[in-house]
Design a binder for this molecule. Structure first.
Ligand SMILES: [Zn+2]
Length: 338
């Protein structure tokens, strides 16, 4: 047996995959959106399983409090101030150099989601934002690409496959957007690592099933509580009047989409560059140096002024340490001023 098939030999022995299933995995293109606790487990599982092409999209950089549950990252990544998508690409290329792995550092929003998932066989959800999930749901149904929802918090989580034209969609089960601050977050409720791990494992299993063409993919909403060791399956039905199922893609078409977002778990506000154009970190650094403390890295610039911390990325996106969105907007206008 040559090296490449030997790599997958134990998985090929599993009859539901076999050599035909392995070949299909190798020909598949998967996009993982969000590379936190869920996304790292999904990405490492699918890279090791031999999915031929994997794109990992994430907007954040790695912090110490991520290491408790975000399995592919380490302390060096925190010290190097690496974006999660870049660190994921580097680590996973060392795991499997025979497939194509691409990390993309960006915020997923209505301007770019279709481009990011175009041509994919499957989208995996590693997000922490309800609104962005609705956007992914829109893109999935519009482009006819299945996606696998997953979410975890505290000791529990949920997952569900959304297969356009076959299953109910995310908005069938969530007709209304929760008002901001109403949902618990990892920040307010905490999270133990096994909860996202088990949800991501279920998502990865369903991903492999969908990619190899298994007939018994789940059509249920699956809920797991690891502390109670409970798994529950819920039958779900399409909701009459669901806008997305009727081809109304409200989140994709929200041309005035959110430019300012509070970030889950970070006591931070993200601001997108309203012009959508790139910035030169070198120029910005020399402009800001007389005003405060500037640390420049390969993929970002950190700026400290009056006890306020700002991180700026080359696409003009900034993350500002505060809970106050209007303060964040004014700091952005004052110092970054795009
Ligand atoms: Zn629907």
């Amino acid at each position: 047996m040559d090296g490449e098939m030997d790599r997958y030999s134990r998985q090929v022995l599993f009859p539901e995959i076999g050599s035909e299933g392995q070949k299909r995995l190798g020909e598949s293109f998967v996009v993982v959106i969000g590379c936190g606790a869920l996304g790292t487990v999904i990405a490492t599982t699918l890279v090791r399983a031999g999915v031929g092409r994997i794109r990992i999209v994430d907007r954040d950089f790695i912090e110490y409090h991520n290491l408790q549950r975000q399995v592919i990252f380490d302390e060096n990544d925190v010290r190097s101030q690496l974006p999660k998508a870049v660190a994921a690409e580097r680590h996973l290329k060392a795991v499997n150099s025979s497939i194509e792995i691409e990390g993309v550092v960006t915020d997923v929003n209505y301007t770019n989601v279709e481009r990011l998932v175009e041509g994919a066989d499957l989208i995996l959800d590693g997000l922490d934002s309800f609104e962005t999930r609705c956007l992914v749901n829109d893109a999935s149904l519009k482009l006819g690409i299945p996606w696998i929802y997953g979410g975890a918090i505290s000791s529990y989580g949920m997952t569900m496959n959304v297969i356009p034209g076959e299953t109910p969609c995310f908005r069938c089960i969530h007709p209304k957007l929760p008002s901001s601050g109403m949902l618990p977050t990892c920040d307010t409720a905490g999270v133990i690592a096994p909860a996202p791990f088990i949800i991501a494992s279920l998502q990865s299993t369903e991903a492999i099933k969908l990619l190899v063409g298994a007939e018994d993919v789940s059509r249920d909403l699956i809920s797991v509580d690891v502390w109670q060791a409970e798994l529950t399956r819920f039958k779900i039905t399409a909701r009459p009047g669901c806008p997305t199922c009727q081809g109304k893609f409200e989140f994709l078409e929200a041309r005035s989409g959110t430019r300012t977002t509070s970030l889950c778990g970070q006591n931070s506000v993200q601001i997108l560059n309203p012009e959508g154009s790139a910035v030169s970190l070198d120029e910005l650094a020399s402009r800001l140096r007389p005003l405060g403390e500037v640390s420049q890295y390969e993929f970002m610039l950190r700026f400290l002024v009056d006890d306020r911390e700002m991180v700026v990325f080359p696409d003009g996106r900034a993350i500002i340490k505060t809970n106050d969105e209007s303060l964040a907007r004014s700091l952005y206008a004052k110092y970054i001023g795009i």
